[in-house]
Design a protein around this ligand. Sequence first.
Ligand SMILES: NC(=O)c1ccc[n+]([C@@H]2O[C@H](COP(=O)([O-])OP(=O)(O)OC[C@H]3O[C@@H](n4cnc5c(N)ncnc54)[C@H](O)[C@@H]3O)[C@@H](O)[C@H]2O)c1
Length: 267
Amino acid sequence: MDTSHKGKVVLVTGAGNGIGKAIALRFAEAGAHVVVNDVNGQSAEDVKNEICDSGGSAIAVEADVSNSDEVAEMFKKATSNFETVDVLVNNAGLISPMLHFFEADETWWRRIIDVNLTGHFLCSQHAARLMAKKGAGVIINMSSGGATRAHRAFCAYDASKGGIEALTRAMALDLGPYGIRVCALMPGSIDTEGMDEEARRLRGENIPLGYPGEPDDMAGPALFLASDDAAYITGDVIKVDGGMLSQQRSATVDIMPPQNFPPRDSL
Ligand SMILES: NC(=O)c1ccc[n+]([C@@H]2O[C@H](COP(=O)([O-])OP(=O)(O)OC[C@H]3O[C@@H](n4cnc5c(N)ncnc54)[C@H](O)[C@@H]3O)[C@@H](O)[C@H]2O)c1
């Protein structure tokens, strides 16, 4: 049994689905008390029940991370149940709707920046105050390949993720003296919706390892960053993307595509 995070209080935002859910479940398996946040209260409740039904410890808190009153209330609930927060995973993020730059309007721009970037700031301020009192804590932000290489029709999303990486570095500097580490994870293409075989194959063509990731692929790196094994890592972004961001061209258009590599039985 993994007891690496036994007794820690871990708050995961946007944990009702996808990557956040996988991270919340793994922290619970590792013995943490988990605060399962989502703007969708029912999905947060479902994940909390899944944790408690398998013997773990969790509460569900419905809150929109871009709303400062709701965030304050969420931290009140977390501390009245578990006293403190040792690890914050800022995972909640809005990915769509996709809009071309000419179709985009101010409401769309502000909503995505509010949820993705301001949400990280609001939750981190509450968590960091609690952590600073103890002189220890870890904040894990959720970036995207879009912080480094753009997606078409995603300008607000990509700008928010670039902001998250800058915020990660800035927070690491401001919070280091208080014993708080701040890092970010950068997921590549993670299948949170259950792609069919053809979609997985096509997506895989753009990924050096050849297949999209699963939400659970993000959980190990999150638990590592939150652990003492990562005690000297702060301000960093860890790519978890099957090598996607390391490549110049996708396999299908590369000068030497993988089908021309030396066959295994020739080695
Ligand atoms: N899936 C990927 O391939 C991928 C790639 C790069 C980055 N990411 C990032 O990972 C994070 C999780 O993505 P996912 O694919 O699991 O998404 P998802 O849509 O499956 O899950 C996101 C969860 O966040 C919740 N949420 C949305 N707005 C919220 C708000 N205002 N307050 C609280 N909760 C809110 C949603 O209800 C949902 O349960 C996001 O920050 C996303 O940008 C995902």
